[in-house]
Design a protein around this ligand. Sequence first.
Ligand code: DWN
Ligand code: SAH
Ligand code: ZN
Length: 404
Amino acid sequence: MNSCKVCDNDLKNIVNFGPMPISNRFLPAPPEEEFLYELSVGFCSECYMVQLEKTVDPEMMFNENYAFFSSTSKKMENHFDEMAEDILEIIANQTSPFVIEIGCNDGIMLKNIAKRGIHHLGMEPSGNVAERARENGVEVFTGFFNGKSALDIMEKHGEADVISGANVMCHIENINSVLEGAAVLLKNDGVMFFEDPYLLDIVKKTSFDQIYDEHVFYFCGLSISELAQRNGLQLVDMAAQGVHGGSMRYFLKKGSKNRVSENVTRHISAEREFNLHTLDGYLSFQKKVNKISADLRKMLVALKEQGQRIAAYGATSKSTTLLNFSKIGPELIDYICDTTPTKIGKYTPGTHIPIKSHQHFQTDSPPYTLLLAWNHQKEIFAKELEYRKKGGKFITFFPGINIK
Ligand code: DWN
Ligand code: SAH
Ligand code: ZN
C-alpha cells in the first residue's frame, strides 16, 4: 500500500499509466535503454490530497540540464508581469520588504521585482535556468527549497513579507516540510501564495497529461486547506488563473484566525459538488483517460493510412505522458516543433520523436499538427494564422478529440 505524503494514511488508486520515462529528459539520440518508473495516482480520503503513488528522485529531474525555460511563452511573460504587480501591491506599505520566489526558473517573474531594487531571493535547484535568472538581474540560490533551507534563508536574509511560487509547490514531495519552513520564514503579517494546475479542471477536462513525474501533487481547495492547517498556516483566499489549462492560486497566512475570503468557501463547495472529497469523484477518470488516448491514436492511424503527414507542436513535459501512454511515436508523428534552443535536435523521452525548430515547421508544415502545447492554444493560433489560412489543421484532445 502507498501512503499519503501529507498524513501517512493509505492511498486509494485513481489511475495507472504504466512505465514512464523522465518527462523532461530529451535525448541526444534514441538510446538502447531508458530509466522508467511506474506512473500512477492515488487519493487520500483523510486529507483529500491527490498525488503520485511512486515518485522520482528530484535530482534526476531538476539539475544542470533542466529542459523547461519559463520565458518561452509571451502569454506567460504577461501573466508573470501581472503577478509581480500583485506582489508590489501586497508589499506597498512595508518599509523594507523581502520577497522570496520558490522555483523562479529563468527569472520570468522575479526580474520584475529585482529591477525595482526590492530585496528578493529566488530558490532554484536547476543550475542552467538559475543562471539565466542571474543574467536577468535576479539573486538566486541554486538549491531545493525545504524546511531546512527556509531556516538558512531566515538566518541570512531575515523574515519574508511574501513567499511565492508558480508551478513548483506541486513538484515538492516533502510538502509538509516546505509549509513548516514557510510558516517560520514568514513575517507575522506575511503572505504565502502559490499557483498550480487545478485538480477540478484536470478532472472536468480529463487533462491527464498534467500527470507526470514532476507533478507529485494535484491540488484543490479541499487539500490545501487541510495541508495549511497541519503546518500552522491557514488558506485565506483562492483565485482561478487562466493559464496551463486552468490553474488555481492559493493564499496562505500564519495562524488560524485570519479573515477568510468567501472565494475559499465557493471553490470548495464546487469541488464537493464534483465529489473531489470522496473516491467517487475519481471513479470514471481511468475510463475517460483510456477513451481519449484510444480515440486519438485511432485518428492519427487513420490519417496516416490516408497518406497524410502529421507534425506536433510544443515538446512539452506533459506530452511525455500522452505520447507514451497512447503509444504515439515517430511512425505517426514526423517531428515536433519547439522554440527552445536546447530541445531542438533532440528526441522525446520514451517515444523518440525528433524535435525540430519553428523555422522547420514554417518551411515543411504537414497538413495536420497535433497541438501538444494545448495550454498555449491562443498564443499559438495567433502565431500560426498563415498555416491555418492555407488549410493546415490542428488536432486537440481535451476533453475529446477535435480538429481546428
Ligand atoms: O509545471 C511545469 C510547467 C510550468 O512547465 C513544469 N513541470 C514543466 C513545464 O511543463 P510543460 O513543458 O508541459 O510546459 P509548457 O509551457 O506547456 O511548454 C510549452 C513548450 O512549447 C515549451 O517547450 C515551449 C514550446 N512553445 C513553442 O515551441 N512555441 C511554446 C509556445 C507558446 C510557442 O509558441
Ligand atoms: N515558476 C516557473 C517554473 C515552473 S517549472 C513557471 O511557472 O514557469 C518548475 C520549477 O521548479 C523548475 O525550474 C524546477 O527546477 C523548480 N523546482 C523543483 N523543485 C524545487 C524545490 N524544491 N525548490 C525550488 N524550486 C524547485
Ligand atoms: Zn493524506
